[in-house]
Design a protein around this ligand. Structure first.
Ligand code: UDP
Ligand code: MG
Length: 136
């Protein structure tokens, strides 16, 4: 059954800094996810805190918000068949050490915090995260 969805992807500061934008985008495109929108931005720590609000009770929350706001990021809307789950599959596990071969985090992730990409984890969150960065 056809289930064309959109999801939010972020190329995090560690990957932008290492000039991995085109390498990561090409993985999405090769795997049939279309990049509908993309922009390179830098967000404030307050914006990062709002974006990652679901993690506010976690011990890593403050560092995570500092990190996401520490340098330029690329935010993208990806579209395709089962885009939410497909993107998560292409990203690999949160900790690059546990990520499958050829996933983005296995190829490029440095550590559990500098893991190169973000991807929405559900269709509902994808909608919220897309509207956070792309206001119509
Ligand atoms: N994170 C971290 N330490 C941890 C767990 C997560 O720094 O122990 C960071 C990591 O950058 C991760 C983000 O917090 O990508 C959000 O965590 P989540 O569990 O949602 O992982 P994801 O959905 O990104 O795989
Ligand atoms: Mg998550």
């Amino acid at each position: 059954m056809s289930n064309i969805e959109q999801t939010l992807s972020i190329i995090k500061p560690d990957a932008v800094e290492r000039n991995l934008i085109e390498n990561i985008k090409s993985i999405f495109v090769k795997n049939n996810l279309t990049i509908k929108e993309d922009k390179k931005i830098q967000i404030t720590k307050e914006e990062a805190a709002e974006f990652y609000k679901v993690h506010q009770s976690k011990p890593f929350y403050d560092d995570l918000c500092t990190y996401l706001s520490s340098g330029p990021i690329v935010v993208m809307i990806l579209e395709g068949q089962n885009a939410v789950a497909h993107n998560r599959k292409l990203m690999g596990a949160t900790d690059p050490k546990n990520a499958e071969e050829n996933t983005i985090r296995k190829l490029y992730g440095i550590s559990i915090d500098k893991n190169s990409v973000h991807g929405s984890d559900s269709a509902d969150n994808a909608k919220k995260e897309i509207s956070f960065f792309f206001k119509n």
